[in-house]
Design a protein around this ligand. Structure first.
Ligand code: SAH
Length: 226
């Protein structure tokens, strides 16, 4: 079963949106588990200190390597097969392909950074895979971890009802998805495209593919390079 462990200074934020709708149902059905571990529980002094000032100077604070390493080693001992991930704007951008790989694996241990980030030595020694959710900077890794898990967990078999609705989704075939319509037949004077109500499935499939191509070419030509 896919089991996710989060290491965070804000465990109360979880499961948050991951507890709603199909993901929440999947959790209740035992298709995946989520545990939010409080980094502060691994602190050793009476103030439960988890951060310190950056060596070399500069603004902000850095998560201490000894405390974070202890948290990682406790949550995921050396023989734990799950990938160890650090949410990080410097990481490799999250892709649908990586989400698929993670979804068929045993789960993930996800470290959420805060402040200026984490001491480089723990990234290196614990072999943390840095993953970014986009080219912008958040205040912490929690929302990024939720984004990652939401993308992954919906791919776990049984979590989404209609399995085959996935294949045509954006990014699954290197294209953005075609537009959707539903009743009423006329909305504010605009009809549903006639082809979609024609009952001609081959024509519908062709129309959708053409729409996908046109949208991708216009909005995301970078997806079409290969
Ligand atoms: N000083 C860092 C930013 C720290 S932001 C830098 O300039 O690279 C604090 C934390 O938020 C990070 O440690 C990371 O865990 C999380 N975070 C911020 N932006 C993110 C992004 N785009 N993707 C994933 N995690 C992000």
């Amino acid at each position: 079963m896919f089991s996710a462990d989060i290491i965070t200074l804000f465990p109360d934020l979880f499961p948050g949106p991951l507890g709603a709708s199909v993901l929440g149902r999947g959790m209740a059905d035992g298709l995946w588990t989520l545990r939010a571990n409080h980094l502060r529980d691994f602190a050793t002094d009476k103030h439960r200190t988890v951060d310190d000032t950056p060596s070399g100077g500069g603004a902000g604070m850095v998560l201490k390597p000894d405390i974070l390493a202890k948290a990682i080693d406790t949550v995921a001992p050396a023989d734990d097969p799950r990938p160890r991930i650090l949410m990080s704007p410097r990481g490799k951008p999250l892709t649908q392909a990586r989400a698929h790989e993670l979804a068929i694996g045993p789960g993930a241990v996800i470290v959420c950074g805060r402040f200026e980030g984490v001491d480089q030595r723990v990234i290196d020694s614990r072999n943390l895979e840095e993953i970014s959710i986009g080219d912008y900077v958040l205040a912490g890794g929690e929302v990024a971890a939720m984004v990652l898990l939401e993308a992954v967990v919906r791919l776990i078999p049984g979590v989404l009802g209609a399995l085959d609705s996935r294949d045509e989704e954006s990014f699954e075939n290197g294209l953005l998805e075609y537009p959707h319509y539903t009743r009423p037949q006329t909305f504010e004077g605009t009809d549903i495209p006639a082809v979609l109500t024609s009952g001609d499935h081959a024509r519908i499939a062709r129309w959708r593919h053409e729409q996908s191509l046109a949208l991708t070419r216009a909005r995301r030509p970078d997806l079409m390079k290969d």
